[in-house]
Every structure is written in structure tokens, then in C-alpha cells.
Design a protein around this ligand. Structure first.
Ligand code: PAF
Length: 284
């Protein structure tokens, strides 16, 4: 695997792949890699000939009181994992390669960026869309892969790609989970063992709620009870537990449309998110 830190050699390397007729995949990350990221690389290898992974801890997607300063940085371990997984290139830009002096553009995707994490973390999805648009233009991949764990992010990126005519296929990869069901996340590393054990209440509460709603249970009551379950299990606060249309993220989805249940909650100061599909109601 080549580790590249400058835009000129990046462009040359990608151009040489393209000249050889290779299909190129991009897996954008913020590092602190885990098996969820490796699943993205594995999937990328199935749909492309060359996989480029990027690591950039994007300051524009962190709010003023968020964890940018303590976000885990493990460059050498990450590079080893990516090389072992079969990545062709690790793109490691500096801040000046992404946001050079005078950088003045923000990509803002209306509507799908607004509810849920968009409401809880103002500006977050503008930061995500801006950096992903930049990475797309730097690498010009044929396909880019994102985890469903960040489900709203995936919807925002699909909308951006459609609106701005990026000729890039977007592939969503199912969430990878620990044996007890907790979604893999770089932020799980912040949890002390006792908080990590209690955090499993999040996927469990979503699983129960998705089943009840899929069986036609009362939505408002089920969501309220999922919030209560999280608080009684030791979460300090719940930002949201919401049922939305899986494509538009609008609330109160038609039971016959694809629906998604999303949640964000804090435990011992760490904010965890998760989501799960809800079975469509039988129209008959
Ligand atoms: O999902 C992430 O790790 C980040 O939001 C992304 C897509 C790499 C943009 O910084």
C-alpha cells in the first residue's frame, strides 16, 4: 500500500490506475479504524479494482463543544490495518490540503441534513458534505462506500451526489456490531468497561421498538418507551429516538414505505448513535 500525503502524487497514482482501466473505490474515514471500516474495505474490493482509503479528522464536522481535540488518532496502526486489508492507497491529507488558506466554500444539503443529528449537531452535515465533496474531487472515484451506522450521513451524501451530478456510485454497507449487538464506533473507545456494558441497551431498545412498530404497535408510545428504557439503563440523556422515512428522513412515514428507526443518546459523556430498519407493514 502506498501512503500519500501530497495532492500531486495522489492525482498521478489515481490517474495511472484509471489509465490501466481500473475501477477505483474510495472509503473515506476519520481513522481510529475498527472492523466496521475493514468491512467497508472488503466490500470496496468486491466492487472495484483499486481501493483508496482516506484518513482526515475533519474539523468542520465537529461542534465547538465536541470531541475534536480528543478524537482518537492512530495513524500507524490504521495504516497497518488498511495495508493488511488490501488497500492500494492511503490518502493522508493535511488540513492545508483540504482547507487551504482562503477556503470559502460550504456544501449544504437542505432538508435531509436538518432533522435528527442535524438538529442536535448544528453545522455537522455541512462539514461532512463539504469534506466529502472535496475528497470526491481529489480522488474522482467510481464508487464510494459509507457505513449504514451513520445512516443520516449516507442519506445526505446520496442527496448531494444526485444534486451535484457526481458520477460516483454510493454504496451503503450494513453496520458491524460487537457480539452483544453494540454498533462498532471509534467513539466506543471512550467508554469505561461498566459504561460499555450498559451501552448495549441502545441496540436492544431499537431492536424491541423496531419489532413492535413493524407489528403495527403505537409509534409514539413505542418511541417514548424506548427513550425511557435508555434512561433507566444508565444513559444520561437521549437526543432522539425517531421513526423516519428511510429515503427522505421525514417523520411519520407511511407504513408501506421503507422506514428507519434512529437514535442518539449519551452515556458517561459519550454520544452514541445507532439505527435499524423497520419492516414495512403488509399492505394487504
Ligand atoms: O463517517 C466518517 O468517518 C466521516 O463523517 C467522513 C465520511 C469520513 C467525513 O469526514
Amino acid at each position: 500500500m502506498q501512503t500519500i500525503r501530497q495532492i500531486v502524487p495522489l492525482r498521478e497514482t489515481v490517474a495511472s490506475y484509471r489509465a490501466a482501466g481500473a475501477r477505483i473505490a474510495l472509503v473515506p474515514t476519520m481513522g481510529a479504524l475498527h472492523a466496521g471500516h475493514i468491512a467497508l474495505i472488503e466490500q470496496a474490493k468486491l466492487v472495484a479494482d483499486k481501493v483508496v482509503a482516506s484518513i482526515f479528522v475533519n474539523p468542520k464536522q465537529f461542534g465547538a463543544n465536541e470531541d475534536l481535540g480528543r478524537y482518537p488518532r492512530r495513524e500507524s496502526a490504521d495504516a497497518r490495518m488498511l495495508a493488511e486489508a488490501g488497500c492500494a492507497v492511503l490518502w493522508l491529507p493535511g488540513v492545508e490540503d483540504i482547507y487551504p488558506d482562503g477556503f470559502a466554500t460550504t456544501v449544504s444539503v437542505a432538508r435531509v441534513s436538518e432533522p435528527l443529528d442535524g438538529a442536535a449537531r448544528p453545522g455537522h452535515f455541512d462539514g461532512v458534505a463539504t469534506v466529502v465533496a472535496k475528497l470526491f474531487n481529489q480522488i474522482r472515484p467510481d464508487v464510494a462506500l459509507f457505513g449504514e451506522k451513520d445512516f443520516q450521513q449516507l442519506v445526505v451524501i446520496r442527496q448531494m451526489v444526485a444534486d451535484l451530478d457526481f458520477a460516483i456510485e454510493i454504496v451503503g454497507v450494513p453496520t458491524q456490531r460487537d457480539d452483544d449487538g453494540l454498533a462498532l464506533s471509534s467513539r466506543n473507545a471512550y467508554l469505561a468497561p461498566e459504561d460499555r456494558a450498559r451501552a448495549v441497551a441502545l441496540p436492544r431498545a431499537l431492536g424491541v421498538a423496531a419489532r413492535l412498530i413493524g407489528q403495527g404497535g403505537d409509534v409514539a408510545q413505542t418511541l417514548a418507551s424506548a427513550r425511557e428504557t435508555l434512561l433507566s439503563a444508565g444513559f444520561d440523556s437521549v437526543d432522539y429516538v425517531e421513526l423516519v422515512d428511510a429515503e427522505t428522513l421525514m417523520p411519520l412515514p407511511e407504513p408501506t414505505r421503507p422506514r428507519r428507526l434512529l437514535a442518539a443518546a449519551r452515556i458517561a459523556g459519550t454520544r452514541l448513535i445507532d439505527n435499524i430498519a423497520v419492516a414495512a407493514a403488509d399492505p394487504g
